[in-house]
Design a protein around this ligand. Structure first.
Ligand code: KIV
Ligand code: ZN
Length: 510
C-alpha cells in the first residue's frame, strides 16, 4: 500500500484567509497539535513576509520534533535566506520555493520568458539546496500551464536537486479528470518524478479541491497539501480531514494509507476554528456539528436498528465523544494536571497553577466543568502571555429606557492603569468605545460573534471579534461565563494583535 504524506499548510496558506492573523503562541499550539495528529510536513509560514512571521516559523521549528518544518519562499535568494534563518534549528528542516509557470502569470505578473522561468527556478532550487536537503519546488498555477512546458520545468527542478515537486491548481479551476490527467502526463513525460515526491495542492474556488486531490492520488501523487477545515485564500484549500477520511473510509477503492491518528481530527479542527475565528459550518463533512446527526424519522429508525444504514463513519473514529463531566470543585491539582495531559497539554508548573486557579473560580460559577470548558481556559491563558493591554475591570449601567454607559480599567504590560468611560448604542458598543478611549485609538469592528462553548444556562460564552485599522486586520477571542466580559476580552486581544502587527514599539499610555 502506498503511503500518502500529508503536508499541512494551515499556518501559511490557511493563515492567508481574509482577516485571520494568528499570534506566535497560537501558531505553536496549532503546530504541536498537527504533530499529534500525525502530519508529517508542516508549512509553518512565509519567513520573508515579515519579522513576526520569521519569528513564529523559528519558534515552530524549535518546538516540533518529528514533522519536517517548512518555510515558503519566493524564487529569490533573499527569501530563501530568511527561510533558512527561520528553520535552521528544526530537527527536520525544509524549504519550499515557488515560481509561477502558466502563460498568464509569466506574461502579466512575472514578465519573464519560458527560459527565464526555468533558469530562475533552477538557480533557486540550487541555492536552497546548499542549506537543506529537503527542497520542495512548486510550479504556481501549474493547472493552467502548457503540459509540455510544465514537464520541462519539472525535469529541470529535479535535476537541480528538488526532492518534492508540487503542481498546484492555484486558482481552483480544473476538474478532477483534468487535474488527474496532468499528473499522469507529467509522470509519463518525466519518469524521474517517480524517484522523488510528487505533490498536489488545490484551491476550492469551484468546490472541487477535495475531489481534485483524490483524483491526483489516483494518478500517482504521494503527497497531499491542504489545511484543517479547508481554510485558506478565497474559497480555501483542500480540507485535509476530508481527504484523509475519504482515503480511510474507501481504502477498498484507493488502496493507500496515511499516518494520521484519526482520533485527533475533531480536536484539531476545533482548535483551528477557535484560534482562527473561522467557524466550521454545521453541515461540513467530517467535522461539522451535524455531520453525525440524524434528523429524519426514517433515518433515526434505521440508525437505531443498525448504525451502518445511514452512518459510514463512526463519530468516535475522528475523536468525537460526549461531553463527559470529569472534574468538579472537589478535584485537586493532581487530577487537574492529569486531565490536561489527557487533553494533550503539557504545561509548565507555573502555568498549571495559574490555570488551576482559574478552574477553581469557574467551578464556583458553573455546576459542571467539561473538557470544552478546560480547553477554553487553556486557550485564554495562552493568549494572556502575549498581552500588551489587559482588562482589569468593567462596570456597566444598563436600562432598556436609558443609554448604556460603560467604564473600564485597562492595565498595560508594564503596570500602567487607565480608566475611561463612554456611552454607546448598546452595552457592547459602550464597552468598546470606553476601551478605545483608554488605549487612545479608534478601531472599526467588522465582525462580532458569540458562541456557546458548552450547554446550560451557566455555559461559557466565547466571543470572536475582527477589527480593522487602515490596512490591518486582526481577530480576538474572549471566554467567560459573562458574555459582556468575554466581549471586552476579545476586543482587547484583537487590539493587542493589531498593535503587534503594526510592529510599534509599545509605548505605555501615561
Ligand atoms: O496555491 C498555490 O499555488 C500556492 C503555492 C505557493 C504553492 O499556495
Ligand atoms: Zn495555495
Amino acid at each position: 500500500m502506498r503511503t500518502i504524506e500529508i503536508f499541512d499548510t494551515t499556518l501559511r496558506d490557511g493563515e492567508q484567509s481574509p482577516g485571520v492573523n494568528l499570534s506566535l503562541n497560537e501558531k505553536v499550539e496549532i503546530a504541536l497539535q498537527l504533530e499529534r495528529l500525525g502530519v508529517s510536513r508542516i508549512e509553518a509560514g512565509f519567513a520573508a513576509a515579515s519579522p513576526g512571521d520569521l519569528l513564529s516559523v523559528a519558534e515552530v521549528a524549535k518546538r516540533v520534533k518529528d514533522a519536517t518544518v517548512i518555510s515558503l519562499s519566493r524564487s529569490k535568494t533573499v527569501d530563501i535566506d530568511k527561510s533558512y534563518e527561520a528553520i535552521k534549528h528544526a530537527v527536520n528542516p525544509g524549504i519550499h520555493v515557488f515560481l509561477a509557470t502558466s502563460p498568464i502569470h509569466r506574461e502579466h505578473k512575472l514578465r519573464m520568458s519560458k527560459e527565464e522561468v526555468i533558469e530562475n527556478a533552477v538557480a533557486s532550487v540550487k541555492y536552497a539546496k546548499q542549506y537543506v536537503s529537503h527542497v520542495q519546488f512548486s510550479c504556481e498555477d501549474a493547472g493552467r500551464t502548457e503540459i509540455p512546458y510544465l514537464a520541462e520545468v519539472v525535469r529541470a527542478a529535479i535535476a537541480a536537486g528538488a526532492t518534492v515537486i508540487n503542481l498546484p491548481d492555484t486558482v481552483g479551476y480544473l476538474t478532477p479528470a483534468e487535474y488527474g490527467n496532468m499528473f499522469r502526463e507529467i509522470r509519463r513525460m518525466v519518469p524521474e518524478v517517480d524517484g522523488i515526491k510528487l505533490s498536489c495542492h488545490c484551491h476550492d474556488d469551484l468546490g472541487l479541491a477535495v475531489a481534485n486531490s483524490l483524483a491526483a492520488i489516483e494518478a500517482g501523487v504521494t503527497q497531499v497539501e491542504g489545511t484543517i477545515n479547508g481554510i485558506g485564500e478565497r474559497a480555501g484549500n483542500t480540507s485535509l480531514e476530508e481527504v484523509v477520511m475519504a482515503l480511510e473510509t474507501r481504502k477498498d477503492y484507493f488502496n493507500v494509507h496515511t499516518n494520521w491518528h484519526l482520533k485527533e481530527i475533531a480536536r484539531t479542527s476545533q482548535l483551528v476554528s477557535r484560534l482562527t475565528g473561522m467557524i466550521v459550518p454545521g453541515n461540513k463533512a467530517i467535522v461539522g456539528a451535524n455531520a453525525y446527526a440524524h434528523e429524519s424519522g426514517i433515518h433515526q429508525d434505521g440508525v437505531l436498528k443498525e448504525k451502518s444504514t445511514y452512518e459510514i463513519i463512526k463519530p468516535e473514529t475522528v475523536g468525537y465523544k460526549s461531553n463527559l463531566l470529569v472534574l468538579g470543585k472537589h478535584s485537586g491539582r493532581h487530577a487537574f494536571k492529569g486531565k490536561l495531559e489527557e487533553l494533550g497539554y503539557h504545561l509548565e508548573s507555573e502555568q498549571i497553577d495559574k490555570t488551576f486557579a482559574e478552574f477553581k473560580i469557574l467551578c464556583d460559577k458553573k455546576k459542571e466543568v467539561t473538557d470544552d470548558d478546560i480547553l477554553a481556559l487553556i486557550d485564554a491563558k495562552m493568549a494572556e502571555q502575549e498581552e500588551l493591554y489587559s482588562i482589569e475591570s468593567i462596570q456597566l449601567a444598563y436600562g432598556n429606557q436609558t443609554t448604556p454607559t460603560a467604564s473600564v480599567r485597562i492595565v498595560t504590560s508594564d503596570g500602567v492603569v487607565r480608566e475611561e468611560a463612554s456611552v454607546g448604542n448598546g452595552s457592547v458598543d459602550s464597552i468598546y468605545k470606553a476601551i478605545d478611549r483608554a488605549v487612545g485609538e479608534d478601531f472599526t469592528l467588522i465582525d462580532y460573534r458569540i458562541v456557546s462553548v458548552t450547554t446550560g444556562q451557566d455555559a461559557l460564552g466565547e466571543v470572536f471579534v475582527r477589527l480593522q485599522q487602515g490596512e490591518l486586520f486582526s481577530q480576538g477571542r474572549g471566554v467567560s461565563t459573562d458574555v459582556l466580559e468575554a466581549s471586552a476580552i476579545a476586543y482587547v486581544r484583537a487590539i493587542n494583535k493589531l498593535i503587534k502587527q503594526r510592529g510599534d514599539v509599545f509605548e505605555p499610555i501615561a
